[in-house]
Design a protein around this ligand. Sequence first.
Ligand code: NAD
Ligand code: ZN
Length: 365
Amino acid sequence: MMNRVLVETTHKTYPVIIGEGAVQEISRVILDIPKAPTRLFVIADEAVYALHGEALRDALPSSLATDWHFVPAGESAKSFSVFEQCLTAMLEAALDRRSLVIAFGGGACGDLAGFCAASYMRGIPFIQVPTTILAHDSAVGGKTAINHPLGKNMIGAFHQPEAVVYDTAFLKSLSEKETRSGFAEVIKHALIADPSLLENIQQSVKSAEDIKGSFLEHCLQRGIEIKSAIVKEDEKETGVRAFLNFGHTYGHAVEALSGYGKTAHGEAVACGMIFALYASQFKNDLSFDTSSFAAWLKRAGYPVKAGTVFSFEDIYAVMTRDKKAYGGTVRFVLLNEVGKPYVTEMTKEELQHIDEHFRKESDTW
Ligand code: NAD
Ligand code: ZN
């Protein structure tokens, strides 16, 4: 059975179709688009294509001419040169305003293809066919971007897809590291919006191997519902959408200091969530057993101590460089309780105090 979540934004409401075999629905989804597409242009992560390309190829409507364009696997697709190559191929294929771009891959390919669709002739429609767990987050909400040598995601646009077709069968080929990393964003969604989901997750996941099947599908659907409720309220990130950055301020610092790719994004976010939970206890008397939570993440294989190998000064330097920082203070998303996030500024002294506490407690996990 396929499930459907509707994402409502100011100008558009679109479906997320999620389930095992969801890709079989893509023809119907494409033919349902009100302004019938003239042709299709698939931008595919080449590694994903090698694993699952056949399934997508077979499911596309045979009535529409389709071009395929392959991009390097993962983050290296989000570069100016790959972006340019895509646009060149789109021009050569003579796409018009009603041609449809299909993004086939993880969050990286989705961000790139979405930005190509946003830029080509000032914006043409696109569909996301995400293939990672993390992409339950990135495929919904309309943020698209590539990287600049001076900063990740610095060049981009808001551009909502026409639909998201999320076939959970594709997730079975993910490595354990990618599974764990993507699932951190599900844990994030639970912490900022759904205490009972958090409880369910903590009971169900004893190791990364438990992240699968109908349990995973349920978690992804809830994650998408939570994300889409936030996006509905704040499409352009002027308010509550910032809650989605929970765990990301410290997490981004760990990710950057480790060297991108070494500690996966979600692994770093897991560290960042522990930090933000200790900070919430300190600033706000959050009643939560952060040390047991950290110990549980560790058992599930998260590298929870990845931040402790760097000095506080180094971490602080990266956090203040973050685009979300103002002055010497750092903007943080904290919790009043599980499911009740808020944004606050943290001073250097406060952060240093929490960092010391974090390091001390980390001996007990
Ligand atoms: P990714 O797209 O880089 O993919 C990670 C790796 O997994 C790649 O090597 C890829 O080839 C491989 N892969 C993808 N699907 C696979 C599958 N089914 N089986 C086996 N291997 C597979 O990583 P990601 O974690 O999906 O996405 C990270 C990106 O998402 C970052 O660039 C981040 O900035 C972006 N992001 C965007 C948003 C947003 O709102 N737009 C939100 C969060 C993250
Ligand atoms: Zn993230």
